[in-house]
Design a binder for this molecule. Structure first.
Ligand SMILES: *[C@@H]1O[C@H](CO)[C@@H](O)[C@H](O)[C@H]1NC(C)=O
Ligand SMILES: *[C@@H]1O[C@H](CO)[C@@H](O)[C@H](O)[C@H]1NC(C)=O
Ligand SMILES: *[C@@H]1O[C@H](CO)[C@@H](O)[C@H](O)[C@H]1NC(C)=O
Ligand SMILES: *[C@@H]1O[C@H](CO)[C@@H](O)[C@H](O)[C@H]1NC(C)=O
Ligand SMILES: *[C@@H]1O[C@H](CO)[C@@H](O)[C@H](O)[C@H]1NC(C)=O
Ligand SMILES: *[C@@H]1O[C@H](CO)[C@@H](O)[C@H](O)[C@H]1NC(C)=O
Length: 357
């Protein structure tokens, strides 16, 4: 009788919907400038997660570089994503005072997101693109950012819709800004925004405290599967009367293109290797779904194997130089998908054993 109950219960459960837990590497390291040091990592399963690998490497010897592998939920600076396979970064263009250089594009930290088990291996830092290669045509930059600033800049703090359809500045004031620069920042809504603008932009414009070079700084995300991108924040400095207006923002935003070089990034996004756990569903009244599954996920994370010990040497090419990566040491811990599934069954069996006894 007991066995039959269990059998029926298990059969019922395996026909019901499943949730998936994803295993990601977790580790962090900092190092002087670009002498990348790969940290020792562990792995952990988290339901409905995305793995991320963050790289922040500077070519300035006095700076500190960093590398971090994590579950997305543990990285507070990550924006709200709509697809789980992406490259997220910060890029900027500024007018170099040297006419020979002109418009100079720079890139900052980059974050890779993926959703197959252990896809955020720190060793793959070498495969990440340097940048999304965001670009705005030179002519657009010149037209919108350069000119003569002998009078004023707009001062405004408001919400704009997602497409910036309304560019009317009549509710904004103007402020004298002689010999300084005009600026604006537009940010997509986020939980941390000071002003909540629903699905739109929080737009704020001002007179800069000093004379600065014309520039545009952006954080943006490129979704690998849909080959689409999304701008989270745009900050600009322009040097012409009242240039920090909504039209300038809209035209800059609409002129952005990206072209990340993903040739080295092996995207295993098609092969879905995420672990399927058959959870105890809500239809079986006496067992709570979330706690049962949540508890299971953490209890089955065990330290098992140790592999891939260094030292190994690989090379990372950055924008203007080659950096040597040394001393790779990855320790893999955690149980495999099959193990987790077997444990789930065992768990369910135990629950029912107690219920029917
Ligand atoms: C990246 O590193 C630079 C230099 O150490 C630091 O100033 C900056 O805050 C870091 N950025 C992120 C996102 O960690
Ligand atoms: C834009 O300007 C930069 C430098 O000012 C130059 O290197 C680049 O080739 C220009 N791009 C185009 C498409 O003209
Ligand atoms: C200006 O502000 C008023 C009052 O808040 C509002 O009714 C009006 O729609 C605003 N105009 C524009 C163009 O945003
Ligand atoms: C994040 O995105 C989801 C799905 O698009 C949305 O439901 C949620 O409100 C967003 N959260 C924030 C804080 O924007
Ligand atoms: C907005 O700024 C652009 C230059 O960036 C300028 O050509 C335009 O006249 C400005 N519009 C308003 C309403 O000030
Ligand atoms: C992945 O999927 C895309 C379209 O969804 C397809 O073009 C591509 O060939 C697939 N790659 C592999 C390795 O299966």
């Amino acid at each position: 009788m007991l066995n039959l109950s269990c059998f029926v219960a298990l059969l019922f459960l395996s026909l019901n919907h499943s949730i998936s837990a994803l295993s990601c590497y977790e580790c962090e390291s900092t190092f002087p400038a670009s002498s990348i040091c790969l940290p020792t990592c562990t792995t952990r399963f988290v339901p409905d997660s995305t793995c991320v690998l963050l790289r922040n490497i500077s070519l300035e010897p006095s700076d500190v570089g960093s590398l971090r592998a994590a579950h997305i939920g543990d990285v507070p600076t990550m924006p709200n994503i709509t697809e789980k396979s992406f490259v997220f970064g910060e890029e900027a263009v500024y007018l170099n005072p040297s006419a020979a250089v002109g418009w100079d594009w720079e890139y900052g930290p980059i974050t890779y997101g993926c959703d197959t088990d252990n896809c955020n291996h720190p060793e793959d830092v070498n495969r990440l693109p340097n940048a999304l290669n965001a670009r705005i045509p030179n002519a657009t930059l010149e037209r919108l950012l350069l000119g003569d600033l002998d009078s004023s800049c707009y001062v405004c703090d408001t919400c704009l819709d997602s497409d910036v359809t309304n560019t009317d500045m009549s509710n904004c004031t103007k402020e004298p800004c002689l010999n300084h620069a005009c600026g604006f920042v537009a940010t997509r809504n986020s939980p941390s925004s000071t002003k909540q603008c629903n699905a739109g932009w929080h737009y704020s414009s001002y007179c800069m405290g000093s004379r600065e070079v014309a520039q545009v700084d952006m954080t943006l995300i490129y979704y690998i599967r849909s080959k689409s991108f999304y701008i989270y924040q745009m900050e600009a400095v322009c040097l012409r009367n009242d240039c920090n207006n909504m039209t300038t923002f809209k035209q800059l935003k609409d002129a952005v293109t990206v072209d990340p070089d993903l040739t080295c990034l092996i995207d295993s996004s098609n092969s879905s290797t995420t672990t399927s756990i058959r959870p105890v569903t809500s239809t079986t009244a006496r067992v709570t779904t979330s706690t049962a599954v949540g508890g299971l996920t953490s209890t089955t994370t065990r330290q098992v194997t140790g592999t891939l010990t260094g030292p190994t040497t690989t090379q990372l090419s950055t924008g203007s130089g080659i950096t040597t990566v040394s001393n790779i040491q990855i320790t893999t811990t955690g149980s495999g998908p099959e193990q987790l599934f077997v444990n789930t069954k065992l768990f369910i069996f135990v629950i029912f054993f107690f219920l029917f006894h």
